[in-house]
Design a protein around this ligand. Structure first.
Ligand SMILES: Cc1cc2nc3c(=O)[nH]c(=O)nc-3n(C[C@H](O)[C@H](O)[C@H](O)COP(=O)(O)OP(=O)(O)OC[C@H]3O[C@@H](n4cnc5c(N)ncnc54)[C@H](O)[C@@H]3O)c2cc1C
Length: 337
């Protein structure tokens, strides 16, 4: 398929939503998209699909998009890959964006290929870094070879340049425009899919019990120093209402499920409080938690690298320090009740 790449312009960000609430990754991509659009001198366009979601299109503009495209129709609720993919595909074909960014979530991964394949476009999945080069080409980076190397991929001869991006790797954009200005920049697009065209029907929605540590406000992470006993970590996390996480060393030992691994080949978290217990502070681990608001490290080795990245450090055995912290927190909670 030959295309004229000069026909393709602008940076698009897909605003993922669930029952009218935006997925946090949407606003993270919007802030990165703004940066890329400013560098390439193009517009940043938000694409919102759903039923009764015009408020999100306005919010996307308030948070920095130049313009929002809104496909608002009952066919988009609940989410199914075929209407989303087909609507997105049709808009890409008609409007010709240069860069398309989609969250690397279950939803984004599910339908992004349905946009990329008919467009004969490349799709770099699960990116953790994005930039543009001097010619305005998207540089999409992601871990590869099981995390042993980082690959930077560019797509010089085809458009659009598409990427799915891991949640939690960029700061979310903030609202800067008022509602009136925002509403004026929303364009309702022609919905090209109907219920009759749609092959799938949702019979039942079952809430998965797979954990998602990326949204937690408090994360208590354990490493090899836990020596197989995660109980103090679990109890402190429970006392603080937070999630349990782990270094790769702890996951490799089978002490904790892989969905809880933090780092380059795990999840990226940015909680208000991150407690790293028995974790040395390897760069690959730091990559997944370095943007936490407050880091508290507990380690027997006063020279452990993690202390250089911690706001508060406790030199000691986690099997003594964590139960003491948990007991103090429980005591305060009882007094408060
Ligand atoms: C390509 C690649 C990708 C990787 N991706 C990831 C990733 O996503 N996430 C990740 O975490 N790692 C990743 N790693 C592995 C990383 O390099 C480290 O090996 C790993 O993070 C070490 O885990 P750790 O800190 O738990 O263990 P260690 O480095 O063994 O550290 C254990 C720490 O516990 C302390 N300690 C021991 N006993 C106690 C105790 N009783 N109380 C308190 N402290 C104690 C020790 O002093 C030590 O500092 C990756 C490596 C590579 C090469």
């Amino acid at each position: 398929m030959t295309i004229d790449i000069d026909d393709y312009r602008d940076v698009w960000v897909f605003v993922e939503q669930h029952e009218g609430d935006a997925a946090p990754v949407s606003w993270e991509l919007l802030s990165k998209g703004r940066e890329l659009a400013d560098e390439t001198g193009e517009s940043l366009i938000a694409l919102v699909m759903g039923d009764g979601v015009s408020h999100l299109a306005e919010e996307a503009v308030a948070r920095g998009a130049d313009h929002a495209l809104l496909a608002d129709d009952p066919v988009f609720e609940p989410y199914r890959a075929d209407p989303y993919g087909e609507q997105f595909r049709a808009l890409v074909e008609e409007r010709k964006p240069s860069i398309v960014l989609i969250g690397g979530t279950h939803t984004g991964r599910d339908f992004a290929g349905r946009v990329a394949v008919p467009a004969h476009a490349g799709l770099t999945a699960d990116c953790t870094e994005l930039a543009v080069d001097d010619e305005g080409l998207l540089l999409a980076s992601r871990p590869t070879f099981g995390g042993d190397a980082m690959a930077t991929i560019k797509c010089p001869s085809h458009r659009p340049q598409m990427a799915t991006v891991r949640a939690g790797v960029f700061d979310a954009s903030e609202a800067t425009k008022d509602d009136v200005d925002a509403a004026a920049a929303v364009e309702e697009v022609n919905v090209v899919v109907t219920e009759e065209d749609t092959l799938s029907t949702v019979i039942e929605r079952v809430v998965s019990d797979v954990v998602d540590i990326t949204d937690a406000d408090v994360v208590v992470a354990g490493g090899a120093g836990a020596e197989g006993d995660f109980e103090p970590i679990v109890e402190l996390a429970e006392a603080l209402g937070g999630e349990v996480a782990a270094s790769r060393a702890a996951v490799d030992e089978g002490w904790v499920e892989p969905a809880r691994q933090v780092g380059q080949t795990g999840k990226t978290v940015r909680p208000h409080l991150y407690i790293a217990a028995g974790i040395s502070g390897a760069v690959q681990h730091l990559e997944g938690m370095n943007d936490s608001d407050y880091v508290v490290a507990v380690n027997t080795d006063p020279n452990a690298a993690i202390f250089e990245h911690a706001d508060y450090g406790i030199v000691g055995d986690l099997h003594e320090v964590l139960p003491a912290l948990t007991a103090m927190i429980r005591e305060k909670q009882e007094v408060a009740v």
